[in-house]
Design a binder for this molecule. Structure first.
Ligand code: MG
Length: 159
């Protein structure tokens, strides 16, 4: 059985993952409107992945005898200056999510909940990938410049 404190923290993370999902959904719509269909596709997949993260956390809570809760999701920002700005925002946001996950591991550790620590390490590892992927795309966009963006767009279409 999971402790109340950890249950609340995991439910907060479910809310954060759903917020992330909405953020990337909004970015996907923005990119689609700007005519970057490959980037929009990549971002739609990213949005779906965040929703899956929320579901994973919920399934885990239920498995441990807890209750998963869908709370109100705050409005997400909309409108960016460029494709580069969008992906810089993704990178910054993923770094923030990594901090949230680290805090969650600290709570599981303080609650002496070994199973939750083990479960959450998966998310810690996932964040290493998320940060690296976003930072790699930012670097590629910078290197490609305005004229090379078409190439990156077609690459991201393959996700
Ligand atoms: Mg996530």
């Amino acid at each position: 059985m999971i402790t109340e404190k950890l249950q609340k923290a995991i439910n907060d993370q479910i809310t954060a993952e759903l917020w992330s999902s909405n953020l990337y959904l909004q970015m996907s719509y923005f990119l689609e409107k700007e005519g970057w269909s490959g980037c929009a596709h990549w971002m739609m997949k990213q949005s779906e992945e965040e929703k899956e993260h929320a579901n994973e956390l919920a399934h885990y809570l239920i498995k441990r005898g807890g209750e998963a809760k869908v709370s109100m999701i705050d409005v997400v920002p909309a409108g960016w200056g460029s494709v580069l700005e969008v992906f810089e925002h993704v990178y910054k946001h993923e770094c923030h999510v990594s901090e949230l996950i680290n805090d969650l591991v600290d709570i599981a550790s303080a609650e002496k909940d070994k199973a939750s620590q083990d479960f959450l390490w998966g998310f810690v590892r996932e964040q290493v990938e998320e940060e690296a992927t976003a930072s790699d795309i930012v670097a590629k966009i910078k290197r490609a410049g305005e004229s090379g963006l078409f190439f990156i767009d077609s690459q991201l279409a393959q996700r």
